[in-house]
Design a binder for this molecule. Structure first.
Ligand code: ADP
Ligand code: ADP
Ligand code: ZN
Ligand code: ZN
Length: 847
């Protein structure tokens, strides 16, 4: 394709797009415009925007930079499209967890941290006589900057005596040293203690202090002669007589054993066991601040770099603004004598303010530079990337975004639109998949895909300026945008609930000493601008306080431990929520938290395995006559076990391809072609399909044309009910958006059987859902409440909030300006509140 022709076009011209469910789509889309891709879930929006347009742009990019890309692209796959003309280079901002390193923070991801380090290096106030440091000296990720004791982690692992020896009345033989390994290795270590002169038959606490200390804490690892099956007295005699021992063994103190197992064992079970004897404590050297002392001693405006990094970004901006005032001078006297320092300060600060502005504008002002990106919601992460892009001053690019409004209060939507318009006005095309009607209304051009999902979708229902969509009879989106009154049932009567769950004195993050009441047996929506404290309250404080205060009542195993799983030790160290929960006895016995956290980090976990559906499918495969003849057990049909999986990729289905200077690419395995199984396993068929064929089917197709097994269908129906009909059964967990992961969990929960003493906590359950799908999900939540359950959800879509029984609005602002209950009541009451920023939007939705 020749470059001249490309740039001459003012349209992106797609011809014959057939990716996934697309029905040979022909489409012309204007460039330098805001283009919304709409349609119900599974209609094919992403297949067109990401799977075709972005994928094709990426393919061309690869070809232009890497001469060997042609071979590579034949492995990675080329989008199924006849031609695309006029396609600019594309930048995609999908909704996905970063999955990046645990050390990635807001500061590093936005590169603002680099400038801050430069600021401290150049214009920081140094202690008298201290040498000037380089910018790298202020980074916890460099050897120069990191605290030497904790290597920049801020925490050190400790193995406290009370965990190593939980019961000191036991003898060593009885297992006083609980942290030691069990079985053979444990016996060997015990035998070493005999040789070392320990009495292993007196209670631990009666052993001499030095002996106890040494066995627990020594870092020595002496070679010790082992005489198996001899008593202590015999061993002593044998050593004295110089008898040849059975063998020599390396002794490891208990603490050393635990730490080295945790750090080095190949077995996840062993590491987990070791972790159970450990706690994380703040590093004694840096006090958890992760930097070396010399760097911590340098200040700017009286703040150490770690203090600045912990401040909300809007406060950082206010502080820096002050630096630009004409009479500002660096502390410590420099400035008038060192005009170059003053100049450097002004230049760096101006740069920082320019970088901070779009981030704050996108409602992220309550984040801090040191906040880990892993702790951000997918919507926040996407907006942060978007804000970073605005600064890159790219032009002539097409940005492809996935639901940029996710997680945004309607009051914040205007700033999002400002950023999108700015990208457009500087000469870029902005294509976005979107569900928010308020954002769709602002698009220059709408591409509505559908009319249905999966095989009933995949066509362009409408493409043109918004107004023309009014006439597109087939469009489901049209109804929601233009039909008044909106196509919904009579509004049901508000429930008053049958009891109250009260939280008192809640403090966590920006929520301070808050008291709040949730009606039981009702549907409550928690609203507020982003950063007001909704997730802090609903996702973090509420389950934690329930667990602590109603511990005897809440069936502990039933509390869904759906918390970030990166580092169990770090979590234990995280500050707990202050406060108490009160509720009527016996009314709440289960707390089910259905969050947007990924359901698994590896591609070995997928929709079918997570919901339990796959167990049943494997059993069905094992029950076929051919499988029985070959004696294939259900485990044969697992791609995680050696017997059935492809030996080349070990069941991954893909192989990593390393590219010089480019991100690693995953290409389908050349042996199994991505099917994950070995040839023999794939020979077994059920209803004419191999196990790999079944995993490739969408939920909707499987329901329509797969086995009539009742258990399988129960699982499939639950997935359909939450709007996941378009997802493939084998869709790997890391490929699910936060909203999809949440709905998979909800589906797993929905078919577990209803109990009336359950509290469901949901975080924006409708994110990623078309209005029509959101209505269906809402109907299910209402059904749960009709059965006696309680539902509390964070929600931004006012159409949905209008259907709740009770609304709690947090705010009024974000960060320190938030964290309070601004108003609460029925939707009608809340809509009438003069102080709530949510009120006008809710009033509009109530009609
Ligand atoms: P939307 O973005 O509108 O929700 P998608 O483009 O994600 O819809 O999906 C459209 C159809 O393509 C669905 O039927 C879905 O099951 C199917 N599909 C999506 N991703 C894949 C994939 N990786 N492989 C096969 N089919 C897919
Ligand atoms: P919302 O859910 O309403 O968008 P959050 O509950 O996420 O708001 O955040 C409320 C405040 O708490 C914000 O100022 C935010 O920066 C802060 N906060 C949230 N999570 C953390 C965390 N893990 N560490 C420190 N501060 C946090
Ligand atoms: Zn340290
Ligand atoms: Zn393979």
């Amino acid at each position: 394709m020749d470059a001249v022709g490309e740039s001459g076009l003012d349209r992106v011209r797609v011809r014959g797009a057939r990716e996934h469910n697309l029905r040979s789509v022909d489409l012309d889309i204007p460039r330098d415009a805001l283009v919304a891709f709409t349609g119900i879930s599974g209609s094919g929006k992403s297949s067109l925007a990401f799977g075709t347009i972005y994928a094709e742009s990426q393919r061309r990019y690869f070809e232009s930079v890497a001469p060997y890309a042609r071979r590579l692209m034949s492995q990675v796959g080329v989008p199924d499209v006849d031609a695309i003309h006029g396609l600019p280079p594309a930048v995609a901002l999908p909704q996905q967890r970063s999955g990046g390193s645990a050390r990635s923070t807001v500061g590093s991801a936005t590169t603002i941290a680099n400038v801050v380090r430069m600021l401290y290096s150049r214009v920081g106030t140094y202690p008298a006589g201290a040498p000037m440091l380089y910018a790298e000296d202020f980074s916890t990720n460099t050897v120069q900057g990191a605290c030497p004791t904790c290597h920049g982690l801020g925490q050190v692992h400790d193995v406290p005596e009370a965990l190593m020896v939980p019961d000191d009345s036991l003898t060593i033989r009885e297992g006083a040293l609980a942290a030691w390994p069990t079985a053979w290795h444990g016996k060997q270590l015990r035998d070493s203690l005999i040789s070392l002169g320990y009495d292993i038959d007196v209670p631990w606490r009666e052993l001499p202090r030095e002996q106890r200390e040494w066995a627990l804490f020594t870092d020595e690892s002496p070679q010790v002669p082992i005489y198996t099956d001899r008593g202590p007295a015999e061993v002593r005699k044998a050593i004295a007589a110089g008898v040849e021992p059975r063998y020599m063994s390396t002794f490891l103190g208990v603490r050393r054993y635990v730490l080295s197992t945790f750090a080095g064992s190949k077995s996840a079970r062993m590491r987990e066991r070791a972790a159970s004897f450990m706690v994380s404590v703040p590093c004694p050297e840096c006090g958890g601040r992760r930097l070396k002392g010399e760097a911590l001693a340098v200040t700017f405006e009286g703040l150490a770099i770690t203090e600045l990094a912990a401040m909300p970004l809007d406060e950082v901006a206010a502080l820096l603004q002050h630096v630009l005032e004409p009479d500002w001078r660096p502390r410590g006297g420099a400035g008038d004598e060192h005009p170059e320092q003053l100049l450097a300060a002004r230049r760096l600060v101006t740069d920082l303010l320019a970088r901070l502005a779009p981030i704050i504008d996108l409602g992220l002002g309550s984040l801090s530079l040191d906040r880990t990106t892993a702790s951000l919601s997918s919507g926040e992460l996407q907006r942060m990337r978007l804000a970073t892009q605005v600064l890159s001053q790219l032009f002539g690019v097409v940005f492809v975004l996935d639901e940029p409004s996710a997680g945004l209060h309607p009051a914040d939507t205007e700033s999002l639109l400002r950023i999108l318009r700015r990208l457009r006005d500087t000469g870029n095309s902005v294509f976005f998949v979107e569900h928010s009607l308020d954002v769709i209304r602002e698009a220059d051009w709408v591409v509505d895909i559908g009319p249905g999902a999966g095989s009933e979708g995949g066509s362009v229902v409408y493409s043109g300026p918004l107004d023309g969509l009014r006439e597109a009879g087939d469009s489901v989106t049209r109804r929601y945008l233009f039909d008044a009154p909106s196509p919904r049932r009579e509004r049901r009567e508000r429930r008053t609930g049958d009891g109250v769950l009260e939280l008192q004195g809640v403090s966590r993050h920006n929520v301070r000493d808050l008291s709040v009441r949730f009606p039981l047996g009702a549907l409550t929506a928690v609203t507020g601008v982003s950063g007001s404290g909704k997730s802090t309250l609903v996702v973090q404080a509420l389950p934690e306080l329930l667990r602590a205060s109603l511990a005897s009542e809440v069936d502990d195993a039933a509390v869904d431990e759906d918390t970030p799983g990166a580092d169990p030790l770090a979590q234990r160290a995280e500050a707990e929520t202050a406060g108490r929960a009160h509720g009527p006895a016996g009314r709440l016995r289960r707390v089910v938290q259905v969050s947007q956290r990924p359901i698994g980090r590896t591609s070995r976990s997928n929709v079918a395995t997570y919901t339990g559906l796959f167990d049943r499918v494997r059993a069905l495969f094992a029950a076929t006559p051919e499988a029985r003849r070959r004696r294939y057990a259900p485990s044969r049909f697992s791609f995680n076990l050696p017997a059935g999986r492809c030996p080349t990729c070990k069941g991954e289905g893909t192989m990593e391809v390393e590219l010089l200077f480019l991100p690693t690419v995953h290409a389908p395995c050349t042996t199994c072609g991505g099917r994950r199984y070995n040839a023999e396993t794939l020979e077994i068929e059920l209803d004419g399909r191999s196990i790999a064929d079944v995993l490739a089917m969408s939920v909707r197709d499987a329901r329509a044309s797969f086995t009539d097994d009742a258990e399988v269908n129960r699982h499939l129906d639950a997935l359909l009910d939450v709007g996941l009909g378009y997802v493939a059964l084998g869709q790997p967990a890391p490929q699910l958006s936060g909203g999809e992961a949440q709905r998979v969990k909800l589906a797993a929960e929905l078919q577990r059987g209803q109990r009336d003493d359950t509290l469901y906590l949901l975080d924006e359950p409708t994110s990623g859902l078309h209005a029509a799908d959101a209505d269906r999900l809402l109907a299910h939540l209402q059904h749960l409440v009709d059965g006696g359950s309680t539902v509390v959800m964070v929600e931004h879509d006012m159409r949905i909030v209008a259907e709740a029984d009770w609304v709690i609005d947090l705010g009024p602002g974000s960060g320190d300006a938030g964290g309070r209950v601004v108003a609460e009541g029925t939707p009608e009451q809340l809509a009438a509140s003069p102080s709530s920023r949510t009120a006008p939007y809710l009033a509009a939705a109530l009609g």
